[in-house]
Design a protein around this ligand. Structure first.
Ligand code: TRP
Length: 325
């Protein structure tokens, strides 16, 4: 049997460059690899764990599916679907919650961060977030998960649930590993922290045109162009140069920085062009997809059917092994 891959992105607005480099590029790479069967979803149920707008949710979900397609995920090669269309995820999450302690969930760094961010919103669903994520992955018996490094604690929980289930009930869940990409940590354009939708001025959208990209890149804070140590915004700039123009280009510039000095206006102009060249085909495909809503509907419908078939088998097996007959 082929090894399986599962990944998902929450539906909190359009994708940005950080999602693209940190998750979608890994998804694309694994989709190309014939050794894997790939399942990629939009985690709409997870979106409900933090404040959201019920009136725009379904459009946000659709937007992520369209971004997936525009970026090159292909429904002939990957199962593309919406999490809530496969309600078996919820059933398995409940069964998994019986082998998961509350204390463990409360101590996860990801949970603590959300508690700090939304102290009024510490719900059961939030506490259960990692259990649902474990279900997302294990319901397909996926062994590889292309996600950013910030999701590592959730994968640890997933592995622990797999082990417990296998021990207690004799299931055969794999212990999934994270599939890391080169762009797993994309720095913020502000020069501090990571690129994030919730930090203004930190991100580039997949839909940004060349003038917008130029003006955002121009705002990366820099210095006099010369020095012995590369830090802060200059380091961020160099990381982007490496991601979009290659390691050699970065090393060349870093050598100049430490000797004769660099001119940021030229570097930034060239970098903005390189970023736009990567995004332009995605934007063109998106414009095409927006003209064909029936196609998008069909992808979503057929994805759910394919995903459900596998999910139902796993749930039937787990129910049986747990004594629910
Ligand atoms: N928690 C992930 C994130 O915030 C989204 C997600 C939900 C996910 N279920 C998943 C990622 C399953 C990978 C696999 O990025």
């Amino acid at each position: 049997m082929k090894k399986r891959v599962l990944s998902g992105i929450r539906a909190t607005g359009r994708l940005h460059l950080g999602n693209y480099l940190g998750a979608v590029k890994g998804m694309l790479e694994l989709q190309k690899n014939p050794e894997y069967e790939t399942f990629y979803m939009v985690a709409d149920l997870h979106t409900l764990t933090t404040p959201y707008d019920k009136n725009t949710l379904s459009q946000s979900v659709r937007d992520v599916i369209i971004d997936y397609l525009a970026a090159g995920l292909d429904p002939k090669k990957s199962v593309l679907f919406v999490q809530s269309h496969v309600p078996e995820h919820l059933e398995l999450a409940y069964l998994f919650s019986t082998v998961t302690t509350v204390a463990k969930m409360q101590h996860l760094p990801t949970f603590k961060e959300k508690v700090k961010q939304y102290p009024e919103n510490v719900t059961m669903a939030l506490l259960n977030y990692p259990v649902l994520m474990a279900s997302d992955i294990l319901i397909y018996k996926a062994s590889l998960v292309p996600v950013g490094i910030d999701q590592e604690p959730h994968l640890e929980v997933t592995r622990e649930i797999a082990r417990r289930m296998n021990q207690e009930y004799g299931t055969d869940f794999p212990e999934p590993k994270r599939f890391a990409t080169k762009g797993e940590y994309i720095p913020s354009l502000t020069g501090e922290g990571k690129m994030s939708k919730t930090v203004e001025g930190s991100y580039i959208n997949l839909t940004d045109d060349l003038p917008i990209i130029k003006s955002k890149i121009a705002k990366i804070p820099t210095d006099a162009g010369k020095g012995s140590e590369i830090v802060g915004g200059v380091k961020t700039l160099m990381e982007f140069v490496e991601l979009f123009e290659g390691l050699e280009e970065r090393e060349g510039l870093e050598r100049l920085y430490k000797t004769t000095g660099v001119r940021y206006s030229e570097i930034k102009e060239k970098l903005a062009g390189a970023i736009y060249r990567e995004l332009e085909p995605i934007q063109k495909r998106r414009a095409e997809l927006e003209k064909d809503p029936e196609y998008v509907d069909r992808v979503i419908r057929e994805g759910a059917e394919k995903a459900r078939k596998v999910a139902q088998e796993t749930v039937a097996e787990v129910r049986e092994k747990m004594g629910l007959r």
